[in-house]
Design a protein around this ligand. Structure first.
Ligand code: HEM
Length: 516
């Protein structure tokens, strides 16, 4: 088994545990981005309701929140708690999302854009929460307001002393209304725009959490809201120092630092962390193989590869070579992840074509052309001996399958399960393999986002190019697993060998019966 770093190993074990508890489709760790979007919806809807009763003036804000919390606890009170807890859940989800991308090494190379556009989103969410706390105008809000202005004071480009303004109780309704505007409109619109940029780089992004997961999360928030409703501190009073402040550590964690650190030091820490996070994709950089290449003479411009590309790296344009087709595809090299999924999408990647000549397909990976794969498959099957000849088509980013090679088992690696042309499976069976065993990343967690999904749809006949009906499904086995699932892999392979042997016996018995 190849080396797996301890962070990745621990994280994969955690995901495995969640898979067992929730099933792959509802594993929250596979849906952290969509869950964050779901929590935003809860925040948005509950926020709209709160806005109806909220008094945006300095003098009326606290009383209006108190009214909602105590007088109308059954509706506005619950909404307030939902708003609070969904906000905390967003930060938790984002941090887990970030940690996941990091621990599974999905932040470097071609993923740099998603990573560095994610970092500001985290800060935008945190500052949105901070202005939210400000609006309650209780002792905590005053603490936040004073500490925030202390931080602002340390910035050389802000002239007047903001904290002095607070201390001299010059804060007025207009300023408070500005905070309200920021929290209710300015920051959410800005965040929505930043999120759009964050997911723009990817194709076919889902921002809707699976229904069961969304319902489960909502029920959890609701139960929490009923059991521990969000409440305010005493009303803000500049003359009083509050004895105890209940800090929301998801949003307000830097403020207690100001008790011991200067504002400048807190800024250095915050900026330092941000710069470090932004530089991470290049420390050390991850090399992505050469981009896919289009061979126009074999491309009929069907656009399937452009539809399947998980990173929007293939565009379609009018034909330039005078061929009778209307379109051709172009690879945008700077966006290409070199996943090879386009090779699996291309009808021309059919190994039965040009049996005696070099196989050229419409779109290919220069570092592992389809012709080499065909030659490898042919040679590997030729070399197999024994009863059950199996060829493994393995995804490089999932389990390490190289060690399974034996006299009756050959291995061929692909960058992604989505790179496997369905005709290559038929080809292997036709050439003499008794079975084709396909490995890929865990269900719901394809390293290249859509490879497993496209593979399944091609297999089921609902996506082009399809695996034809004549391919005997009983001789094809799909096993999805992470790098840490080696024992399961061996078990599954043994099971497949048994089922192939059984098939052969059944065929032999039927043959004998027919003969008799
Ligand atoms: C408000 C916060 C965020 C939301 C709602 C969010 C949501 C999403 C969504 C929906 C995706 C697409 C997943 C897919 O379809 O494969 C995504 C991808 C990604 N996000 Fe975020 N994200 C947020 C913050 C962050 C942060 C803070 C980071 C890291 C600094 C980050 C890093 C990434 C990366 C690296 C990907 C690419 C995943 C891939 O290519 O497979 N995100 N995010």
């Amino acid at each position: 088994m190849s080396y797996i770093n301890p962070v990745k190993r621990a994280y994969l074990a955690l995901e495995n545990w969640f898979n067992i508890s929730f099933g792959n489709d509802w594993n929250p760790l596979y849906h952290l981005g969509t869950l964050a979007f779901f929590f935003f919806w809860v925040i948005f809807v509950s926020g709209l309701y709160l806005f109806i009763f909220f008094d945006t003036s300095l003098s009326g804000a606290y009383a209006s929140v108190e009214y909602m919390t105590h007088e109308q606890w059954y509706a506005a009170g619950v909404m307030r708690s939902l708003h609070r807890y969904a906000s905390d859940a967003v930060v938790l989800t984002i941090i887990l999302h970030m940690f996941r991308e990091f621990s599974l090494d999905r932040y470097r190379g071609f993923r740099w854009f998603s990573w560095i556009t994610g970092v500001p989103n985290l800060w935008f969410v945190v500052t949105l929460g901070i202005t939210g706390y400000w609006l309650v105008w209780d002792e905590l809000a005053l603490f936040v307001a004073i500490k925030s202005s202390q931080l602002m004071d340390a910035l050389p480009f802000l002239p007047a002393s903001m904290s002095r303004n607070f201390l001299e109780s010059q804060i007025n309704d207009r300023f408070f209304t500005l905070m309200g505007f920021l929290h209710l409109l300015g920051q959410p619109v800005f965040l929505a725009f930043a999120l759009w940029i964050h997911v723009k780089r990817l194709s076919d992004v889902s921002i809707i959490a699976p229904r069961g997961l969304a319902i489960g999360s909502f029920v959890a928030l609701l139960v929490l809201s009923l059991l521990a409703p969000a409440v305010s501190h005493e009303a803000a009073d500049l003359a009083k120092t509050p004895a105890v402040l209940n800090i929301d550590w998801f949003y307000l964690n830097i403020y207690p630092l100001l008790d011991n650190w200067s504002s400048g030091e807190v800024w250095v820490l915050t900026i330092g962390i941000t710069v470090f996070l932004m530089l991470m994709p290049w420390l050390p950089p991850k090399k992505t193989g050469p981009a896919a290449e289009v061979h126009l003479q074999e491309c009929n411009g069907c656009e399937q590869c452009a539809m399947d590309c998980p990173f929007d790296a293939i565009s379609v344009q009018a034909r330039t070579d005078g061929a009778r087709w209307e379109h051709e595809v172009v690879v945008l090299e700077h966006l290409c992840a070199a996943c090879g999924i386009c090779v699996g999408s291309c009808h021309s990647s059919n190994p039965f074509r040009h049996a005696r000549e070099k196989l050229v397909t419409g779109i290919d990976m220069p570092q592992q052309p389809i012709n080499d794969i065909r030659e490898h498959v042919t040679a590997a099957i030729d070399s197999l001996e024994g009863e059950n000849k199996i060829i493994i088509f393995g995804c490089d980013n999932a389990i390490d399958f190289a060690g399974l090679k034996s006299s009756n088992i050959a291995v061929v690696s692909y960058f992604c399960a989505g790179m496997i042309p369905p005709t290559m499976i038929e080809y292997a069976l036709k050439l003499g393999a008794d079975g084709v065993f396909i490995t890929g990343c865990r269900t719901g967690d394809c390293y290249y986002r859509h490879g497993n999904r496209w593979f399944d749809e091609r297999f089921a006949g609902s996506r082009q190019p399809i695996l034809r009906k004549r391919a005997d499904r009983r001789r094809i086995h799909i096993f999805r697993a992470a790098e840490t699932d080696c024992k399961k892999l061996r078990k599954e392979l043994a099971y497949f060998e048994d089922s192939l042997a059984k098939l052969k016996r059944e065929a032999a018995n039927t043959g004998e019966a027919d003969h008799a």
